[in-house]
Every structure is written in C-alpha cells, then in structure tokens.
Design a binder for this molecule. Structure first.
Ligand code: NAD
Ligand code: ZN
Length: 373
C-alpha cells in the first residue's frame, strides 16, 4: 500500500503465522509485540506467541477478546488498553491484531490511541478481514447510535494474510467474505469478475493457487484505491458498492447474525445493479450476471423472488422482511445521506462503478417498493 512514509507491505500465503518472527524482524526491527486475539483462534495465538517468545519478541501473555461484534465497545476497548499497558507497552512496541475484522478494528483503534499511537500489525484470520478490513487503516468501535462511529485512521505497518488460518473458518463466514471479493470484480475489474465466475469453486475449496489469486487481486485493488484516497474524500467510496442497501438490511436485522455483513452486501450489490438498470445506467445483463454468480455461491439475491437451484431469498433465510420505511430509516441514519439526496455506488457495467451523489430518495423508495412486493 503506497502511502509515502506510511507505506506498508501485505504478505499473502500459507504458513505466515509460523514464519511471523522473521517477517516482524524484517519489517519492524527493534520492536516487541503484544498480541490481541479472538478467543476463537486460540491455537493460532499459541503458535504466534510461542514463535515470538522464542525470538525474545513477545511482551507478555496474549490478550484474548470474546468473539463477535459486541466486542467493538468502549468497555472492551478499555479492558484491552488496560491489559496492554499492564504488559508495559511502550511507544516503540507494536500491537498485533490476530482475528477477523472485529479484532482488527478494536485492537487497531487501541494501537491508534495508546501512547498517542503505537505501530500495528494486522494478522487477519477471516476471508473478509484478509481482503478488506485489515487493509486501509480504518479502525474503531460501535456506538449506541450506530456502527463504526468512533474510531481513527491508523495504518498498519505490516499485514500478514495467512491463508492456512482460514481452514477452521465456518463455511458461512468464508462465503460472506467472498462477497467482498465479488465486489472488487464488480466495481473495478471485469476480467477478475470473469475469472471468479469460472474459478469460484476452487476458491471455496481453498485451493492454494486460486485462493491466493483471489486475495491478491482484492488486496491490490483496495490498496490502489486507498493510496488514491486514504481519508475517503472521493474514490474510496467506490468500496461501498452494495453497502448502503446492505447496511440498512444489517441494521434492520439488528446485527443479529441472522444476516452476516457479506450476505447483506451480496444482496445490496444486487439491488444496486437492479437500481442502476432501472435508471437506464446499465444493460439488464449486469444485474443478471451478478445475480447468477451470487446465487451460484448460495447467496440470497432478492428479498422475495424464488431463485433457481440453491439460491434463497432473504425472507426464506430469516423468516421476515423489512418495510420500505424501515429500510429508508436506516439508510437515512447512514453517513452517506444528506438533504433528501442519497449517495449510492451504481454500475455502468460489470467492472465499472461510479459514485452517484444526488440520488433522489423518492426513486429509491419506489424501487424498494417494487422489490419488497
Ligand atoms: N476497518 C475496515 O476497513 C473494515 C472493513 C470491513 C469490515 N470491517 C468490520 O469487520 C467486522 C467484520 O469482520 P469479520 O467478518 O472478520 O467478523 P469477525 O471478526 O466477527 O469474525 C467472524 C467470526 O469468525 C470467527 N473467526 C475468526 N477467525 C477464525 C478462524 N480462523 N477460524 C474460525 N473462526 C474464526 C470469529 O470469532 C467470529 O465469530 C465488522 O465489525 C466490520 O465493521 C471493517
Ligand atoms: Zn463490507
């Protein structure tokens, strides 16, 4: 990721957690490390901690955090900060975040504020974190008022995406992360989207070559976009393809686990593609192709329509549907809405997304009306 003095490498491959001491020595020479880890990855934390201790690089015992979104809280931030200070964390030390996006966001924010900022190493252990949250420097926690409302930009110094860590990831979590991979193809790389249509089963089977390619292309695209627009004043918004609709669905479901983030994004991308077609911005083959691929992978691609094969709709997945009013309510709480005009990421074709800043609320309402009946 090219950001001048804040540039950093992303290493992708199998066995990187075992080889972590040598990579940390190479890229963060002179530092010692405190590990913050998800309770679900105890075995990986053990491997990492033992390796670091052998090289005299470990500050102390791993700080374990309970799994799940509720750990992105002030209370948990406080206990993590306190544990890291108890270990004797100094400004020249570094925090390692070992886990999914929850741990990356929480431990990353702790690193951003402890001693006014210590270095951060992201070791993402979910597919979503490897292709998305570990790269780009957004860190933070949730507020009662909404998700990710308290945080800081704090770029990591190194990202180690160890593909072998994904072996224990529940298949549903793997698939949810894959939605973000499809997003990169849909928003900016038609050839990659073609490749995914042909190779997705090899990615899901975690074949090394295919999985490496999928993670690498995704990270490169995120890195390029972040390098162009680190603080999201322009182009970085493209990464929100599917997220305005998706966040509304997640918020309506109460972040309950009934709909995972990636599942909401898959449905949200479909809605963005269908809305784009309805506005005359793209050919109908765009929503058709996107929908066919997402349905093949097992995602719900509509609220109500009965799909082909194993494709479910959202109603059959969670047994209820939001109303148009509810969805609009949550969209309006989103940071992307101002004065009845909504910002959406829309599609001209597969691989060509753009930021549409003046989408009329009424048109969204009537579109959703059609989708929900
Ligand atoms: N900072 C960013 O740019 C950014 C981008 C996207 C998402 N996010 C945030 O990321 C979070 C979602 O991330 P996520 O999908 O990784 O969720 P997560 O961190 O909750 O992980 C998903 C589940 O997998 C478990 N898990 C993690 N690694 C595992 C492994 N190797 N084996 C078995 N189980 C494992 C976790 O315990 C959890 O139950 C959200 O809070 C979201 O806001 C941040
Ligand atoms: Zn996302």
């Amino acid at each position: 990721v090219s950001l001048g003095v804040r540039s950093y490498p992303i290493l992708i491959g199998k066995g990187l957690i075992e080889a972590a001491p040598q990579h940390l020595l190479q890229h963060l020479g002179g530092a010692r490390f405190a590990i913050v880890a998800d309770e679900a990855v105890g075995a990986l934390a053990e491997t990492l901690g033992t390796g670091l201790a052998k090289h005299g690089l470990l500050l102390g015992p791993t700080c374990f955090v309970p799994s799940g979104e509720s750990s992105k809280s002030f209370a948990r931030l406080q206990s993590v900060c306190s544990a890291l200070l108890d270990l004797g964390l100094e400004r020249n030390h570094a925090v390692i975040a070992l886990g999914g996006g929850v741990i990356g966001d929480l431990a990353g924010f702790a690193a951003a504020i402890l001693k006014r900022g210590v270095r951060l190493v992201q070791i993402p252990t979910t597919l979503l974190a490897q292709v998305d949250s570990s790269v780009g420097g957004k860190t933070g926690i949730n507020a009662g008022q909404g998700k990710n409302l308290i945080g800081a930009f704090h770029q990591p110094s190194l990202v180690l995406a160890d593909l072998s860590s994904l072996k224990t990831l529940p298949p549903r979590e793997f698939r949810a992360g894959y939605a973000e991979i499809v997003k990169y193809g849909a928003l900016g790389d038609a050839a990659f989207f073609d490749w995914l249509e042909k190779n997705w089963e090899r990615v899901f089977a975690q074949e090394e070559e295919a999985l490496t390619h999928a993670v690498e292309v995704s990270c490169r695209m995120k890195a390029d976009i972040v390098a162009r627009d680190e603080f999201e004043t322009g182009d970085r918004a493209l990464l929100n393809l599917g997220h305005t609709f998706g966040h509304a669905v997640e918020a309506w479901a109460g972040y309950s686990g009934k709909v995972l983030h990636g599942e909401a994004v898959a449905l949200g991308m479909m809605l963005a593609a269908q809305f784009s077609h309805r506005q005359g911005l793209c050919d109908k083959s765009v929503p058709e192709r996107l929908g066919a691929h997402l349905a093949n992978c097992g995602f719900a691609t509509s609220f109500t329509a009965s799909g082909e094969g194993n494709a479910a709709n959202l109603r059959s997945q969670i047994g209820a549907l939001p109303t148009v009013r509810e969805l609009l309510h949550f969209m309006e709480q989103d940071k992307k809405v101002r004065d009845g005009q909504m910002t959406f990421i829309l599609l001209r074709s597969i691989g060509q997304a753009f930021v549409a800043r003046n989408v009329d609320r009424g048109q969204i309402a009537s579109f959703l009306e059609g989708q929900l009946t």
